[in-house]
Design a protein around this ligand. Structure first.
Ligand code: G1P
Length: 275
């Protein structure tokens, strides 16, 4: 079985919910404490053993590339001073990971963003992180937990959590058979169903492990909810061949695409830092 070395970050969205903050700053660069959102995702992927971060960007996202690159002027100013330690974590990422980029020219949905990343991924299994969803867990990161499941089954995996039944229209919802503690074999999935049409309240969160056959399927997938190509619809096709699992992960997830989740994540991590 091929190892998972690459992690794809769809990061071309406009971040309209955070305007005007996101007018000139990508939403992925908004900080939770002193780190931009996307850095949390990159650290989680590194912890799970991945060494290449494949980022799907768009116009106005240059600061993401600058963040994961050396700033010579800053290095020069700070070298040998008492402030040098502020750069330790980001230097560690820059020195040990490869960052690759491709631009999504028009926003046609998450499925289209993932398909745009094909040129960076090639013919191998890969992870996907939606940086909006900040995940924390006590023992091992969510992606690390998913890699363990992948090593056992070799199938595509979505991370899920139980949500309030009234919120099903914000998520991809899965239905499936429990095959081992916290692991479901997915038989059905629907993107953002109204509560009365939702088969369960098991919601997909922004962590995926995908096998490369997903690219061909995405190419054939017609636009769905919102007129956008949905990864949920492509995974539904794959699930018909019993090739998709869902993992109820151990940990907590904050929806940093909403102000409420963003504040909760900030408070949670700030409290942790104080202890
Ligand atoms: C996307 C996916 C959805 C998933 C969600 C997780 O939706 O389409 O299936 O549940 O991410 O955050 P979005 O939040 O981009 O509308």
């Amino acid at each position: 079985m091929k190892e998972i070395n690459k992690c794809l970050f769809p990061a071309a969205g406009y971040g309209t919910r955070f305007l005007p903050a996101t007018k000139a700053i990508p939403k992925e660069m908004l900080p939770i404490l002193t780190k931009p959102l996307i850095q949390y995702g990159v650290e989680e992927a590194k912890l799970a053993g991945m060494n290449t971060m494949a980022i799907v960007t768009g116009r106005g996202k240059r600061s993401i590339e600058d963040h994961f690159d050396i700033s010579y002027e800053l290095e020069h100013q700070i070298k040998g001073t008492s402030k040098e330690h502020y750069l330790t974590k980001i230097r560690n990422l820059i020195n040990n990971l490869t960052f690759t980029y491709v631009r999504q020219k028009s926003m046609r949905g998450l499925g289209d963003a993932i398909l745009t990343g094909k040129s960076l991924i090639g013919d191998e299994p890969f992870a996907v992180v939606l940086a909006d969803d900040l995940c924390v867990s006590k023992d091992s990161g969510v992606l690390s937990q998913m890699v363990q499941v992948y090593k056992k089954y070799g199938k595509s995996i979505v991370a899920i959590e139980t949500i309030d039944k009234n919120d099903t229209n914000k998520y991809g919802i899965i239905e499936g058979k429990l095959i081992e503690e916290n692991i479901y074999e997915v038989s059905n999935m629907i993107e953002k169903p109204e509560p009365q049409n939702a088969p369960t309240n098991l919601a997909i969160i922004g962590r995926y492990i995908l096998t490369p056959e997903i690219f061909d399927i995405l190419q054939r997938t017609k636009p769905g909810v919102g007129g956008e190509v949905q990864i949920t619809d492509a995974l539904l096709t794959l699930s018909k061949e019993d090739k998709v699992l869902a993992l109820k992960f151990d940990g907590e997830r904050f929806d940093c695409g909403s102000l409420d989740g963003f504040m909760k994540a900030t408070n949670y991590l700030y409290k942790q830092e104080q202890n």
